[in-house]
Every structure is written in structure tokens, then in C-alpha cells.
Write a protein that binds this ligand. Structure first.
Ligand SMILES: [Mg+2]
Length: 260
């Protein structure tokens, strides 16, 4: 049987590196500092406001702009990401080998801006592993042209519009695309658009997840079919001619590549 996956779309933060690096916690703290220092909200309200804006608008920036605050995306990202402890993201040679052993197209799809995505991927040592990066700027190309804060509502995962832009830019057939993300809402949105979904960083599958992996490093064990022959994914005839041993050896090669 040939792999039914033609492309893998990976989230970045808390998917390609674990939540416990402390980056996510530092990011939340920076957002709260932004609300206090740049928007003048009281210290006590910042954590509640951050949570509420995230829940209602998808991000603090999206919420602030929707509410009429003229916050430039670059200024916000510069503040929130610029002071992150990037040194806590370590080179991951094992993940690099795993990604390079995957023969299909590989794309990053993150709500973060391009500067953060590039920096995080570089810290991980994953430069050159992905065909393209779909990020904040991809989903919000008109934002710099906005003449008022709420002219172009900010689009981010898990909004359907953001997901559709990503699928369009990636130029993929969702039925043959594996979508990996640590966020349950993003996974649900992906599933509703027909993607095959992998919930990352959890031990229990959410309703909309086809697979769950505690770490992205476990893909070989959990979804070995990624490494099945992809030369002619609809042509099962070709694979019918392949011996079972040959398919097994593909698995073993992939497993060996990641030291599994
Ligand atoms: Mg994430």
C-alpha cells in the first residue's frame, strides 16, 4: 500500500519543540507587559484581558485591533517575541534527521510572524527542512495597508478563513495532507476542512484528531505509513508489485534515521 499522504503541514510553537521550554510562558508574560506598558491597562487586569482577547479574537493583537487600538503588527511582534529566551530552544538533530527522512512536501503553518518562525527554526537547526513557511504575514497580507485598526480583521488559526488561505497557499488536497498541531481547536478546524490530523504533545486523542503523538519524534512509531512509497500514491498497482520485505525496509530505514 502506498502512503496516502502527499504533504505534511506542521505547526511550529509547542509542536516542533516542547511546551516545557518555557517559551510559551515567557510569551504570555510579554503579552501582559505589552498590555500594561503600551496600552495602559492595570497590572491586575492584564492576565484576564489576555485570556479573554485570545478566546474571543484568536490573539491579543487581533483583539486589540478589533477594539480599535491602532497597534502595528510589527511593533507588537517585536515586543512580544523580541525578548523571548530563544536560547532555551535547543538544536534538535534527531528531529532534523526525522524530517529529512520524510519524502513528502513539508510546510510550516504558524500564527507567529516570519521573524519568530525563522529564529525558532534556526535555533532548532531545522533550516532547509521545509518548503515554505505560512505565517502571520501570509494570512494578513493587507494589514500594513490598513487605514484604521479594524479595517482588516486579523486572521489566525483556527479561523476557517485562515485555514483556507493556508491550504490555498500550500496548494494541497486536504484528504492527502497530514496536519500536525498542539492546539485542539486548530486540529478541529483542520479536520472540518478534510485534513488528516495529528494532535501533538498530548497523550489522549481529541475527538477530531486522527492520531496523537506525545512528541513529534514519535511519528515513525505512530504513523509509519508516512514512509511508504510515495512515487505513485494513487497507483497501488506499483506497490502491489513490491514485496512486503521492501516496504518493511522503508520503515526500518525511517526508524534508523531517527534512532528509533
Ligand atoms: Mg502551537
Amino acid at each position: 500500500m502506498a502512503s496516502s499522504f502527499h504533504c505534511l503541514i506542521f505547526d511550529l510553537d509547542d509542536t516542533l519543540y516542547p511546551f516545557n521550554t518555557g517559551i510559551a510562558t515567557a510569551c504570555k508574560k510579554n503579552i501582559e507587559d505589552f498590555l500594561i506598558e503600551k496600552c495602559g491597562f492595570p497590572k491586575t487586569q492584564a492576565p484576564i484581558l489576555r485570556t479573554e482577547l485570545f478566546k474571543t479574537y484568536g490573539s491579543t493583537l487581533a483583539g486589540l485591533r478589533a477594539l480599535g487600538y491602532d497597534i502595528k503588527a510589527d511593533d507588537y511582534h517585536g515586543f512580544v517575541h523580541g525578548r523571548l529566551p530563544y536560547d532555551r530552544i535547543k538544536q534538535d538533530f534527531q528531529l532534523r534527521r526525522l524530517l529529512l527522512s520524510i519524502p513528502q512536501r513539508k510546510i510550516i503553518f504558524t500564527n507567529s510572524d516570519m521573524i519568530h518562525a525563522t529564529k525558532a527554526l534556526s535555533r532548532l537547526g531545522l533550516e532547509g527542512c521545509f518548503e515554505k513557511i505560512i505565517c502571520f504575514e501570509t494570512m494578513n497580507p493587507n494589514l500594513p495597508k490598513a487605514t484604521r485598526p479594524n479595517e482588516f480583521p486579523i486572521l489566525l488559526k483556527p479561523s476557517m478563513d485562515a485555514m483556507r488561505i493556508a491550504l490555498d497557499v500550500a496548494d494541497v488536497d486536504p484528504r492527502h495532507t497530514l496536519f500536525l498541531d498542539d492546539n485542539i481547536r486548530n486540529i478541529a478546524a483542520g479536520k472540518s476542512l478534510g485534513l488528516r490530523t495529528v494532535l501533538v504533545g498530548k497523550t489522549v486523542k481529541s475527538k477530531e484528531a486522527d492520531y496523537v503523538v506525545e512528541s513529534v519524534h514519535n511519528l515513525v512509531q505512530v504513523i509509519p505509513e508516512i514512509w511508504m512509497n510515495t512515487a505513485d500514491s494513487d497507483g497501488d498497482d506499483e506497490m502491489m508489485n513490491r514485496s512486503r520485505n521492501e516496504v518493511d525496509s522503508i520503515h526500518m530505514t525511517a526508524a534508523a534515521a531517527v534512532g528509533a
